[in-house]
Design a protein around this ligand. Structure first.
Ligand code: 4AD
Ligand code: MG
Length: 504
């Protein structure tokens, strides 16, 4: 019996097993917020309705104590799940020691050190349930479309996404690398099954702390035989919109818990603009407007507005502090103002971060050099101008992976596509059409200084029934981060692995 099933048991007696998320005592009553993993339910112990011993036990329950509670289900619209429990019997399973994560604000490093316990908090719970819905809907989409799921190896002899981010390990005395991507194996499987997808862990040694990079992340990589770059983009759009729709349908409660404004998720159900690299660069540099907005001017306006907000917030804080310092304020008013000052100071931190970032974005947009890959700030600059994900395709071949097909009409470009999420999030998908010409691939492998022997099996695919084919890779954590509007990718996975963090 789980809390999420309570609606079927109105007025009936049920037994719940769970943990104490909160306890509040008042005269003759103890209010327990019980969580059981499926939801939260307020349970009320009334001294007049239960045994003296049970009431006494209820009053001793510390945060995160484990308990079995029986009671009558009562409908109450004001409660989180719409129901509460009038306790009839209570059985303590374990009284928890003092829980390290209290109601007060903790720093992120502390919370990350206590990740094994932090997972129980409502916000983390909601994020990881949304992650679960995303995973389930990804499998459903591809299975319904007739794709065959395959598992690519994790130990590999070849690099697919550049040699600078390889994790090297020892494979019976020979060097092996942890997989950066299942794609090359996916291509072999696509030639056997037509349409396949991999969904597995991938590894990149990213030696810098950013809010977008993990060392271990989960990637979904479909690969389709007889598919070109444009059909690939059609699939990406259908697929992402399917997942977004599922999250909107199934996770309203979780989205509310994390305060996600879902309007941008709704607008993301309309067509994704498709821009060539050339168009994207012109927009970033402010040479071309979109939706009546100019990248540089809108950033300058935003900086001015941020600075005005900082001044107003500082004035508000000073004003309240002066009032607090003066005598005669009532206790309630003191509490209210102190809480308000704490909130304002948090807002100030975010505003000051924007004040530092925006000038850097302006500078990197103005100085962007045609021919380069887009950096994190370039992605931020362009995606802030759109209310849907955008697809950027046809990239200078020098900045993209060795396996991408050259545009037959313009050899300067490779047929890669990146999907950039709005609200400044940037790249969530990278993919493209694959080179089918064996000699072109050999030249690229040499140019990238990769060991030819490790790729002979891959080159075989171009000898026996080679066909146009394409695919893409979606970073699961990047998608969760955007859909939940998280500040940092580390909260999108139960136990993140990243530069500087291997525990818990
Ligand atoms: O753009 P990437 O490097 O593309 C590939 O690996 C291709 N083989 C995919 C394919 O065509 N089958 O990576 C794909 C996606 C990125 O768009 C990003 O979402 C995610 O993987 N990603 C990361 N996510 C978290 N941390 C990192 N360090 C990531 N690196 C890439
Ligand atoms: Mg990429």
């Amino acid at each position: 019996m789980y809390i999420k099933e309570l609606s079927a048991y109105e007025s009936k007696e049920v037994t719940l097993k769970g943990w104490v998320a909160n306890r509040r005592d008042s005269k003759g009553l103890v209010f327990i917020n019980l969580r059981d993993g499926s939801g939260i339910c307020q349970c009320i112990a009334d001294a007049n309705k239960i045994s003296e011993n049970d009431f006494e036990q209820a009053g001793k329950l510390s945060l995160e104590s484990a308990v079995e509670i029986s009671g009558t289900v009562v409908k109450d619209e004001r409660q989180i799940g719409g129901y509460e429990l009038q306790i009839t019997k209570l059985n303590v399973i374990q009284i928890a020691e003092e829980f390290p994560i209290a109601k007060k604000e903790h720093g992120i490093e502390f919370l990350m050190d206590k990740r094994h316990l932090w997972l129980r908090s409502q916000r983390q719970w909601a994020i990881l349930r949304i992650r679960n819905t995303i995973i389930y809907s990804i499998h459903r989409f591809f299975q319904d479309e007739g794709f065959v799921q395959m598992d690519a190896p994790i130990f590999t002899a070849n690099a697919s996404e550049g040699t600078s981010t390889l994790f090297e390990t020892d494979f019976y005395g020979a060097p092996a690398y942890l997989s950066q991507s299942g794609q090359l194996y996916g291509e072999a499987m696509a030639m056997a099954f037509g349409k396949i997808y991999t969904f597995g862990p991938t590894f990149r040694a990213e030696k810098s702390k950013t809010r977008r990079h993990l060392s271990e992340f989960w990637m979904i990589e479909p690969e389709m035989a007889f598919c070109d770059i444009h059909q690939n983009m059609d699939l990406i759009e259908n697929f992402l919109q399917y997942v977004i729709r599922e999250v909107l349908d199934k996770c309203q409660n979780e989205l509310k818990l994390i305060d996600r404004d879902t309007s941008i998720l709704e607008t993301s159900l309309k067509k994704f603009p498709r821009l060539t690299y050339d168009e994207a660069v012109a927009i970033i540099k402010g040479e071309k407007d979109v939706n009546g907005q100019n990248s540089i001017k809108s950033l300058e306006n935003e900086l001015a507005s941020v600075e005005a907000q900082i001044a107003a917030t500082n004035a508000d804080i000073n004003d309240r502090e002066a009032k607090l310092a003066a005598p005669g304020m009532k206790k309630g008013e003191i509490n209210f103002n102190q809480a308000k000052i704490a909130t304002l100071k948090n807002e100030l931190k975010d505003l000051e971060e924007s004040q530092r970032n925006i000038p850097q974005w302006i500078a990197s947009a103005k100085n962007f050099e045609y021919g380069n890959d887009l950096g994190g700030s370039d992605e931020t600059v362009i995606t802030r101008l759109f209310d849907v994900p955008i697809m950027v395709y046809d990239w200078p071949h020098e900045v993209k992976a060795f396996y991408l097909k050259r545009n037959p009409d313009d050899q300067r470009f490779a047929r890669g596509v990146d999907v950039l999420a709005p609200e400044g999030y940037g790249e969530i998908v990278g993919g493209g059409e694959r080179e089918t010409d064996e000699q072109m691939l050999r030249d690229k492998i040499i140019e990238h200084q990769l060991p030819m022997e490790a790729f002979e099996w891959y080159l075989d695919l171009r000898k026996y029934g080679s066909v146009p084919h394409a695919g893409f890779g979606l970073g699961l954590e990047r998608l969760v981060t955007w859909l939940c509007k998280l500040k940092h990718v580390r909260e999108s996975i139960p136990f993140p692995r990243m530069y500087g963090r291997l525990a818990p």
